[in-house]
Design a protein around this ligand. Structure first.
Ligand SMILES: Cc1cc2nc3c(=O)[nH]c(=O)nc-3n(C[C@H](O)[C@H](O)[C@H](O)COP(=O)(O)OP(=O)(O)OC[C@H]3O[C@@H](n4cnc5c(N)ncnc54)[C@H](O)[C@@H]3O)c2cc1C
Length: 504
């Protein structure tokens, strides 16, 4: 990057490109930069990616939008977490909820940690996570996470949305911030003598030139991987899935504010509620099942065997580039890598990449002084997310197909994950272990505790002994009534969505 950078071209108009455009135009509005997004009219966007995490709410706030500006337009619903179903065969653990933590949980999480910790040590306590979280009450009762003004706690949530509609909304929003838009398919990328991108050539022989380039071309990674030849490190040895089949189904009138992830024979399926439909997808490994059999299994699950609905089939690769910022180009989105969608973390990664890039460029006075720090930070985040997702598979207890058995026996997991698992089974404090490994900024300790406890990685009921009075210090009935009491403050999800509809 050169200190006299005056122009940026963002190549690609998927969600990643438009998030980047909005963030750059917001944070650098005083720099007088010329920002242009170029998108091919012939190459479509991937068109999946409808679940998010709470940082998307922060993104919307940073770029200055209100929920009433965009949610109804994008068929959006609220999301307070994910239910994982059928991942474990341990009695009592056939499903659990991974919540987005919010302030009311501060009173109930200590009880979860206490029970879970002692249960690991063989004390007969209820360590199933879901019951300790406010978000679970909302999900169960189908309530929206919007608190009335007199509610004394802060809430935290994400969204589900139609990704195509969100892209259109973000495109309009970016235009208001001065981002220029151009339709063209880039066919050639010309480098200068130092190997920096000099200009792009389009299929109509136009030339597009900028000082700096953002590669948001999806899995093609036209600039960073194809042209600049930055290596891609696959993680297919620990994440076996490489395919998905996708169907829409009829929506619920009062949708649950959560994603459902159900383990199937060769992978897992998502069920994402939008106001206009459910998005359903089966993510599987083509090494274990062929595409037709996977589609049939999923149709059977959804009751669509005879339905005249065409499936969309997708292929993807998991892993990340070795450097996200190289020469005068940063890759953002699928062009920089993808860790499969189990925890809906991809857009969070997009946002983090762009925000950290802006920070690094600012700190270096628009030079690449902090490029290595940036690359290390983004790669570390990818690897931390990868390990959390890998853990889902590694600790599954299904034995119905070779897919699940191989996942459960996979010895290629990282040393970091191995140490977290060892800490858990040896009854050590997971919070300390994450701190020791400097991982607590990624998935927090509560998330790791939910994952391991939720899959029932505990001594069995036969191995536990009754708890002393001290061990029984938390009354679970009291916790339930506290969370139920908090939930009384919230409106049905449908009602809150209708308010947004009428405001738009
Ligand atoms: C099965 C699956 C499920 C997913 N679920 C989730 C989820 O729940 N949550 C989540 O956060 N993420 C999810 N993701 C990831 C998410 O879909 C992506 O991160 C997100 O859509 C951003 O994609 P993108 O913008 O990087 O790429 P794309 O949407 O593929 O956009 C690429 C853009 O580049 C343009 N382009 C490409 N080549 C050229 C060229 N030569 N010239 C000009 N333009 C070009 C195209 O026209 C297009 O506009 C999922 C992904 C998959 C595969």
């Amino acid at each position: 990057m050169r200190s006299n950078t005056k122009s940026i071209v963002i190549l690609g108009g998927g969600t990643a490109g438009w998030i980047a455009a909005n963030l750059l135009a917001t944070h650098w509005k005083d720099k007088g930069l010329d920002i242009t997004l170029v998108e091919s009219p012939d190459i479509g966007i991937i068109g999946v990616g409808e679940g998010s995490t709470p940082p998307l709410k922060t993104f919307m706030e940073i770029i200055g939008t209100e929920e009433s500006d965009w949610m109804a337009r994008c068929d959006a619903t609220y999301k307070v977490g994910i239910t994982f179903r059928d991942w474990s065969t341990k009695p009592g653990f056939d499903e659990y909820f991974h919540p987005f933590l919010c302030q009311p949980d501060e009173f109930s999480v200590p009880a979860f940690f206490h029970n879970s910790f002692l249960r690991r040590k063989g004390v007969d306590l209820d360590g199933h996570p879901s019951q300790f979280f406010m978000a679970w009450q909302l999900a169960k009762q189908r309530l929206a996470p919007i608190a009335p003004p007199n509610f004394p706690f802060e809430m935290n949530y994400g969204y589900h949305f139609n990704s195509g509609l969100l892209g259109e909304f973000l495109k309009e929003w970016a235009a208001k911030k001065g981002v220029k838009y151009r339709q063209a398919t880039v066919t050639e990328v010309v480098l200068d003598q130092q190997g920096y991108i000099d200009f792009l050539e389009t299929d109509s022989e136009e030339v597009i030139k900028a000082d700096f380039y953002i590669d948001s071309t999806g899995f093609r990674s036209h600039l960073l991987q194809q042209t600049l030849r930055v290596p891609f490190d696959s993680c297919e040895d620990v994440l076996f899935n490489d395919s998905a089949v996708v169907f829409p189904t009829e929506p619920d009138e009062n949708p649950e504010p959560q994603t459902i992830s159900t383990a199937l024979k060769y992978g897992w399926s998502w069920k994402i509620p939008l106001t206009s439909r459910f998005g359903n997808g089966y993510v599987y490994s083509s090494k274990y099942v062929d595409d037709d059999d996977a589609e049939l299994e999923f149709r059977q699950k959804l009751g669509l065997v005879d339905a005249d609905i065409e499936a969309r089939r997708l292929k993807f690769k998991v892993g990340r580039v070795r450097e996200h910022w190289y020469k005068n180009c940063v890759a953002v989105g699928l062009s920089q890598g993808f860790i499969e969608p189990l925890e809906a973390t991809a857009l969070d990664m997009v946002q983090e990449t762009v925000v950290r890039f802006i920070e690094a460029a600012n700190n270096g006075n628009m030079t690449d002084k902090y490029r290595d720090d940036f690359n290390n930070h983004v790669s570390k985040r990818f690897d931390a997310v990868r390990d959390y997702i890998v853990c889902h598979y590694r600790i599954n207890t299904r034995t119905d197909t070779p897919y699940w058995i191989d996942n459960g026996n996979n010895d290629k997991i990282s040393r970091s994950l191995r140490e977290i698992l060892a800490a858990w089974t040896q009854g050590k404090n997971i919070t300390d272990e994450l701190k020791r490994q400097n991982l607590d900024a990624y998935f927090p300790s509560v998330s790791w505790n939910c994952l391991l406890a939720g899959k029932g990685i505990y001594p069995t009921q036969e191995q536990v002994r009754p708890g002393s009075e001290l061990a029984l210090k938390y009354d679970l009935k009291q916790i339930a009534s506290y969370l139920e009491g908090c939930a009384l403050n919230f409106k049905p999800h449908q009602e809150q969505l209708a308010l947004l509809q009428s405001a738009c």
